[in-house]
Design a protein around this ligand. Structure first.
Ligand SMILES: [Zn+2]
Length: 349
């Protein structure tokens, strides 16, 4: 199931023009200890550049956490497997096709010790750190109740307020917290569709950027956003952020920059995110001959304003991975069929 769901997610992203994907997988029940290995194999098969995060949950229901007890692992097992995955898959060099980051699920689901130990392990191997933070008011309440601290204070206490970290969502920060995150260079992955779907709130992107934080774009997972289309996410970010900031500051170029340069910075990379001599040959090409683009002017603005949905050609690391709107070496109809069968099977368990 992980193999097929990974193929589905990566295929949808690739077809939307996404060339580098990051996933936060944090479920390792008995029998699925090799989930990241399965994801790595699928990414290599499709030729998508990936930053796969070794998620973790150690604080089960029995200990006051949120996750069911069957989904949590011991901290020793989590740390040992994190180290194994770094050694096996993390490519530190420029042009890397696979990197590993460490990613305790959220403050709801791991202990303080595991947050600290993950930060130490990440520093030891020079890999990045990721988690969810400040997505909902519930989370802030939980942090205050459980740790006596607001989320950013907690982050600082466990050694995570650094430029090694990028956070998913980052919605409910006060002004002082934004200044601290910016000064630290902590990245924020803005997930507009998910935030709207779950009624979580609105990320303060421009203020975070002005403070010094890299801001990137994410589609979030299928439990929070039923589609994984990066070019549509650019339009969602553009529209949602215009509800908060002046139109002149949230331009189509700004939204595209979040998806490219901003996201690359969140992942700690300077070899991707920009079309420039010396950077990786990663890009998507879109046709403007669909009805939605009729009469459009500036072609780049048209992608965002008219709502492009699919790339026609996608190159990753100098290799064509999508040609004429099709993923090379993937039978999409068969994949959809298998995903449907497995989803039904899962629903009936
Ligand atoms: Zn999420």
């Amino acid at each position: 199931m992980i193999e097929i769901s990974t193929q589905v997610a990566l295929a949808e992203l690739l077809l939307s023009g996404c060339t580098t994907a990051s996933d936060h997988h944090y479920l390792f029940p008995k029998g699925l200890e090799n989930a990241i290995d399965i994801q790595m194999a699928q990414a290599a098969k499709l030729g998508v550049r990936v930053h796969l995060t070794r998620g973790s949950m150690s604080l089960g229901e029995d200990d006051g956490g949120l996750p069911p007890q069957t989904t949590v692992q011991t901290e020793d097992a989590i740390l040992a497997d994190s180290e194994r995955l770094i050694q096996q898959y993390h490519q530190p060099q420029a042009g890397a096709m696979s990197r590993v980051a460490l990613a305790p699920c959220s403050p709801f689901s791991v202990s303080e010790d595991l947050m600290k130990a993950s930060a130490e392990l990440a520093a030891k191997h020079d890999v990045r750190l990721h988690t969810h933070l400040a997505e909902t008011h519930d989370e802030t309440d939980f942090c205050i109740q459980m740790f006596g601290l607001r989320p950013v204070d907690y982050l600082e206490k466990v050694g995570w307020l650094t430029d090694r970290v990028w956070l998913a969502h980052g919605i409910h920060f006060n002004d002082a917290e934004i200044a601290r995150l910016g000064a630290a260079g902590t990245g924020i992955c803005h997930c507009p569709s998910s935030n709207m779907l779950l009624a979580s709130g609105q990320c303060r992107t421009l203020e975070l950027e002005a403070a010094g934080s890299p801001v990137g774009l994410g589609v979030d997972g299928s439990a929070s956003n039923d589609g994984s289309n990066m070019i549509q996410e650019v339009r969602q970010a553009f529209l949602l952020q215009r509800l908060r900031y002046p139109a002149s500051e949230v331009t189509h170029q700004k939204a595209i920059n979040w998806a490219t340069e901003g996201s690359a910075r969140c992942l700690g990379r300077d070899d991707i995110g920009k079309l420039e001599v010396g950077k990786q040959a990663d890009f998507g090409l879109y046709k403007l001959d669909e009805l939605r683009f009729a009469g459009a002017g500036d072609p780049l603005a048209a992608l965002v304003l008219c709502g492009a949905q699919q790339a026609d050609q996608v190159m990753v690391a100098g290799q064509w991975r999508v040609t004429d709107g099709q993923i090379n070496s993937l039978d999409l109809n068969d994949l959809i069929h298998r995903q449907k069968q497995l989803a039904q099977k899962l629903a009936s368990l």
